[in-house]
Design a protein around this ligand. Structure first.
Ligand code: TRP
Length: 335
């Protein structure tokens, strides 16, 4: 049986946090061990430029994200793990797709529409601070996906529309130039936890409420202590289901450990004690990866080597497909 191809990208802006781990990295690495799937994971560094125009930050984030995935057990022998910018065919394909994409389709993209809405509300020009990268972003993402004929695309809810757009673009291209692309499908896993951040909202770098994955023990403890709780005293029963402390606990605990923590909440565990136990639980799981992570951060050349090898593997797929696509649009040797 041929393997199903899974593909997903990680935008290289920001430092990996617990929410990324629980919501994306952990399930992706687990899935990559399943022999029925062939996984393509890549660092979407061209995507990062849309929102992050600080070169040092993009560079550092690329290293941190690559190191995090490797430290957490991604086996680069088993998957295709690469950096988007190392695959020149992705940029070439982006243009070919751009010329087959209706502007109207891009007008409907949520991310662009949200930016326009925000501008209107602020009384600004509709397109104030909107760059063409933000506007055309779904086409670059379509190229990422179609380049490798990714069929299953694990993404968060906010990305479903982009995968649907990739599908539309593929259909239009196939219809006009011949069948080149597999039609992708978004795969949203409802089982995967969306983690709450320090303030109780979704943990996200845009809210500045994250707990970075690889802090020192001391700093991890400090961050966990900052998780918002209510004013209930030790001995007073507490509601686990409305507590971020419990919610984060659940994302790391076994079913048995979660049941035990529920009982402790009912018995009025002190917030300080609950946080202490949460720190111990998380720290235990991150201890070894943290050491590997720190080693990799200190040896960026090692990470670079892994990515170069990944790009070689990836280009075995992208180069022939791009040659076919180019010829299909009429760009080929004369005579
Ligand atoms: N846009 C995605 C995000 O912000 C990242 C991404 C880029 C991606 N290219 C992709 C995800 C292709 C899946 C497939 O989360």
């Amino acid at each position: 049986m041929s393997q199903k191809r899974v593909l997903t990208g990680i935008t290289t802006s920001g430092t990996p946090h617990l929410g990324n781990y629980v919501g994306a990295i952990r399930p992706a690495i687990e899935a990559s061990r399943d022999q029925n799937y062939q996984s393509f994971f890549f660092l979407a560094d061209y995507h990062a430029l849309i929102k992050c125009q600080d070169p040092e930050a993009v560079h550092q984030s690329t290293l941190e994200i690559a190191a995090a995935w490797l430290a957490l057990g991604l086996n680069p022998e088993q998957v295709v793990f690469y950096r988007q910018s190392d695959i020149p065919e992705i940029s070439e394909l982006t243009w070919c797709l751009t010329c087959m994409t209706a502007k109207g389709l891009m007008n409907r993209a949520h991310a662009y529409k949200a930016a326009v809405q925000a501008n209107k509300k602020a009384g600004e020009d509709e397109d104030a601070a909107v760059n063409m990268g933000l506007f055309s972003y779904p086409i670059l993402m379509a190229a990422d996906i179609l380049m490798f004929n990714g069929r299953n695309i694990p993404v968060g809810r906010d990305q479903i529309q982009h995968v649907e757009m990739a599908r539309d673009i593929a259909q239009r291209f196939n219809h006009h130039y011949g069948e080149h692309f597999v039609l992708p499908e978004a795969q949203v896993d409802d089982q995967v936890a969306v983690l709450q951040g320090l303030d109780g909202r979704k943990m996200s770098k845009s809210y500045n409420n994250t707990i970075p994955l690889f802090l020192t023990e001391k700093k991890l403890k400090k961050h966990i202590n900052k998780i918002k709780t209510n004013l209930l005293e030790p001995g007073e029963p507490k509601d686990p289901d409305s507590s971020s402390v419990f919610q984060i606990w659940q994302a790391f605990a076994t079913a048995q450990q979660s049941a035990e923590m529920r009982t402790q909440f009912a018995e009025g565990i002190a917030w300080g004690e609950a946080k202490k136990q949460l720190f111990e639980l998380i720290n235990e799981q991150l201890k070894e990866p943290r050491e590997r992570y720190n080693q990799l951060i200190e040896n960026p050349a090692e990470v670079e080597q892994v990515l170069i090898q990944g790009a070689e593997k990836a280009r075995q797929y992208s180069a022939p497909l791009m040659a076919k696509v180019r010829a299909s649009v009429g760009i080929k040797p004369l005579g």
